[in-house]
Design a protein around this ligand. Structure first.
Ligand code: SF4
Length: 458
């Protein structure tokens, strides 16, 4: 059983078996979080930018239909072909058909979490199309047959030595090489050949502008541009929430995105695509895949404001110490935990519980999504819908009975202290997940209530 088939808590136990790696993972992500803090501190109007970004997205969510139609009309006027996909299967089939019509059997793809959500690589591979991911981190995990563990840094769970081993196996680099420059150069040469020979390239979309019918793709490696500019056919895949109304709104999001993601003032490449170059075909696939359902949930619709910066992952103490694979969903971390139950409540019922509800995610979110409040609300929905573990429901009911009665509460306290003192094995055993990660406290001789009453008498 791999971590993708376990529930979050069990998968986190697996990840935590390598304590040194967990510490390193935690520290690396915290380093990115502090870089974000330093970058934010240099922008005095940061809070106004967040507010503006949030309000613009509110407007988008409330006018989704009109803005989508406006975007489609302008894109068609620019010579772009628009496709609509109700779900992941339709998204995959549309892309397969475009590749088939182009007479290609290979495709180069830059980073797109939507294609992960729709399992595009798996689908195309099954249908005889070879897909090469061109983002360095994604290429590393693709070589290893793993999904990305982070939405911005897909291979953040791997050490330099592990990347060296992977490249030795797949690219023939020297055994034991760990020098990032040497390894990156090897990947660069390998990908360069790919860019020059692929007829079809797929990119994601960071922002789609209703006013112009164009879209913007942000990368640090220029890989989206290399693929799209050299290919005869450019496919761009986007969830419909990527819309912004006007080009002037881009400035707000571009200033927020890179600072929140990596602490950079701006991504190295923010590429604007408006129309195919002469002789090129350009397609945009606009995908719903559960987004309309989320838009119709008043408590959760704000999650569609997300610009996938990953600041909430980098700051989350649970993500940092449990790793991306523990979330068994395309998008990991706090934002993934409020998106995934919308796609499948049963399969993802564990994810909203993978949080301390400390609120750090909401504090750093550049579009002001109330992430920790939505995590808490999902817990209530999931328990009400019957997706919580039966044992928890029984335990909560028993706890409610005890807490409602002072007499019962005092009795339970007495029994608990007695058990901890005279039969600790009842609690301190490997079947108690609470105990396996902690040392149980020394039981006090008396309860606070008894101590207070005795002291008052004395
Ligand atoms: S929820 Fe906010 S912080 Fe998290 S990835 Fe989305 S925009 Fe970034």
């Amino acid at each position: 059983m791999n971590s993708l088939t376990l529930d979050h808590a069990d998968a986190a136990v697996e990840f935590n078996k390598n304590e040194a790696k967990v510490d390193w993972h935690d520290e690396t992500l915290w380093f990115v979080r502090t870089k974000r803090d330093r970058a934010v501190a240099l922008v005095p109007e940061w809070e106004q930018l967040r507010e503006a970004a949030s309000q613009i997205k509110n407007h988008v969510l409330s006018n989704m239909h009109d803005l989508l139609v406006q975007f489609e009309q302008n894109a068609i006027r620019n010579g772009i072909t628009i496709h609509w996909a109700a779900d992941g299967d339709e998204h995959n089939a549309i892309i397969h058909e475009i590749i088939r019509k182009a007479g290609a059997t290979q495709m180069v793809k830059s980073k797109s979490m939507l294609t992960e959500e729709c399992h595009l690589n798996k689908y195309l591979t099954k249908n005889g199309i070879e897909v090469i991911d061109s983002d360095l981190g994604e290429r590393i995990v693709q070589f290893r047959g793993e999904p990305p563990s982070h939405i911005v840094m897909p291979a953040i769970h791997l050490t330099k030595a592990e990347v060296g081993e992977t490249f030795h196996k797949h690219l023939g680099t020297e055994k034991g090489a760990t020098d990032p420059q040497y390894l990156t150069e090897a990947a660069r040469q390998h990908l360069r050949d790919t860019f020059l020979t692929r007829k079809v390239a797929l990119t994601g979309v960071n922002f789609a502008i209703a006013e112009t019918g164009g879209f913007v793709v942000c990368t640090n490696e220029g890989n989206a541009d290399m693929g799209a500019h050299l290919a005869d056919v450019h496919i761009a895949a986007m969830g419909f929430e990527k819309l912004i109304p006007r080009a002037e709104h881009l400035g707000v999001y571009l200033r927020l995105l890179a600072r929140s993601a990596t602490g950079q003032p701006i991504t190295t490449f923010s590429s604007h695509f408006h129309r195919p170059r002469p002789g090129q075909e350009m397609h945009i696939v606009i995908v719903d895949n559960g987004r309309s359902r989320q838009l119709g949930r008043p408590d959760f619709r704000n999650s569609l404001k997300c610009i996938r910066c990953a600041a909430c992952l980098n700051t989350c103490p649970v993500y940092r110490r449990s790793g991306g694979f523990s979330y068994h969903s395309a998008v990991a971390g706090p934002i993934g935990s409020i998106l995934a139950p919308n796609l499948d409540m049963k399969q993802n019922a564990d994810l909203p519980f993978a949080s301390t509800l400390c609120g750090s995610c909401s504090n750093v979110c550049p579009v002001k999504i109330d992430i920790h409040e939505q995590l808490y609300k999902w817990r209530q929905v999931l328990m009400k819908e019957g997706y919580g573990p039966g044992s928890k429901t029984v335990a909560m009911k028993a706890m409610a009975t005890v807490l409602e009665s002072p007499r019962l509460y005092r009795m339970a306290g007495k029994v608990g202290r007695g058990v901890l003192k005279f039969a600790p094995a009842t609690v301190e055993n490997r079947f108690n997940p609470w105990y396996t990660q902690r040392e149980m406290p020394e039981p006090p001789a008396e309860s606070f209530h008894d101590w207070y009453v005795n002291r008052k008498k004395a």
